[in-house]
Design a binder for this molecule. Structure first.
Ligand code: 5MM
Length: 340
């Protein structure tokens, strides 16, 4: 297979009806935060043991087509001695890898951030590919405040995202392009829409400049929603309408699938919003999920760091995967929360 055929084969496996992507690529500091919330120390072994349970959940592959892993996980073994990427692949779940090196302040742009990791990316991708990764992910973040995100952050982050995506395609890995407009703040849904439109416009402009093949990438954006401290929550129908309006203006039809992040929504909200998006009628792209917290939160609580809770933990994960698989096709109803 040539590179284009390889990329297309990965897209075909990732984009399937009733399925989405599991984000299990939390960096060690993020994992420490998640584990702290349940009183579990974050060590190489606790992270391995938790992720081993995730990736060996029977039936997960019926609702999840791909999993984004953190670098450390690529080298770890499941409880039965199988390399973790292979445990995923055995269930028909394509292993992928987060390749950005995290974010930090953007010089001369107070309040804005830039994502690092382009140096040496080509060589790292070769290594990850040898370890079984077939797609990659890079996240940029945009803070909404009275003065952010500024033009410098919008343009620089778009440029970096596009450079990353072009390098991935050259190496035969499908890039997931993740521009996240953060939910933090008290901004309105209208302000989120305005920022999301500008951000996506700039990202696709940069992708075009860098000759990224849109058919061979996935977009992982945030939904258009009010800030988490805003006075009023938006109903799923309003989130869906606002999101689709902005995406139809900015995301070319050649992109095969938009896999939303959950970004701090509760698991139930993320599922209901995805379902509403899929109830608005046919769109140019598939609309699916690439959730981290919205898939894992109930599982993490059920596990509580105790191997004796493995069955409960895997049942909780499978339930959210199943419900989001239904929402991805507009088949979810709140009554399924109790029956699934
Ligand atoms: C926005 O975070 C991504 C999606 O997860 P949620 O659905 O929970 O919002 C997630 O893939 C994120 O990029 C990874 O967890 C890595 O985050 P850190 O902060 O550890 O780099």
């Amino acid at each position: 297979m040539n590179v284009q055929q390889t990329l297309q084969a990965t897209i075909d496996e990732l984009v399937q009806k009733g399925k989405g992507i599991l984000a299990a690529d939390e960096s060690n500091p993020t994992m420490a935060k998640r584990f702290k919330a349940i009183g579990v120390p974050s060590t190489e072994e606790t992270r391995r043991s938790y992720r081993s349970l995730i990736l060996t959940t029977a039936g997960l592959g019926e609702h999840v087509s791909g999993v984004i892993l953190f670098e450390e996980t690529l080298e770890q073994l499941a409880d039965d001695g199988t390399p973790l990427p292979e445990s995923a692949a055995r269930q028909g779940i394509v292993p992928g890898i987060k390749v950005d090196k995290g974010k930090g302040p953007l010089a001369n742009a107070p309040g804005d951030e830039i994502t690092h990791g382009l140096d040496g990316l080509e060589e790292r991708l070769e290594k990850y590919r040898d370890q079984g990764a077939r797609f990659a992910k890079w996240r940029d973040v945009y803070h909404i405040s009275a003065s952010t995100p500024g033009r410098l952050a919008i343009e620089t982050n778009a440029e970096v995202l596009a450079r990353y995506a072009a390098i991935c395609q050259m190496q035969g890995l499908v890039p997931i392009v993740e521009p996240e407009v953060l939910i933090d703040g008290d901004h309105s849904i209208e302000r989120c829409a305005q920022i999301t439109e500008v951000v996506l416009h700039e990202v696709f402009h940069a992708l075009h400049r860098h000759r990224v093949v849109l058919e061979h990438m996935l977009l992982k954006p945030s939904m258009v929603i009010p800030g988490k401290d805003h006075a009023r929550k938006a109903e799923p129908a309003q989130v869906a309408e606002s999101t689709i309006r902005i995406f139809r203006r900015t995301v070319p039809a050649a992109v095969p699938s938009i896999n939303f992040l959950s970004g701090g929504q509760t698991p139930e909200e993320a599922t209901a919003n995805l379902n509403a998006l899929n109830c608005l009628g046919p769109q140019p792209w598939e609309l699916s999920f690439s959730y981290g917290r919205a898939l894992q939160e109930p599982a993490l609580k059920a596990w509580n760091g105790d191997a004796a809770n493995a069955d409960r933990m895997q049942a909780a994960l499978l339930k959210r995967a199943k419900l989001n698989g239904a929402a991805r096709d507009g088949r979810y109803g709140p009554e399924m929360e109790t029956s699934a």
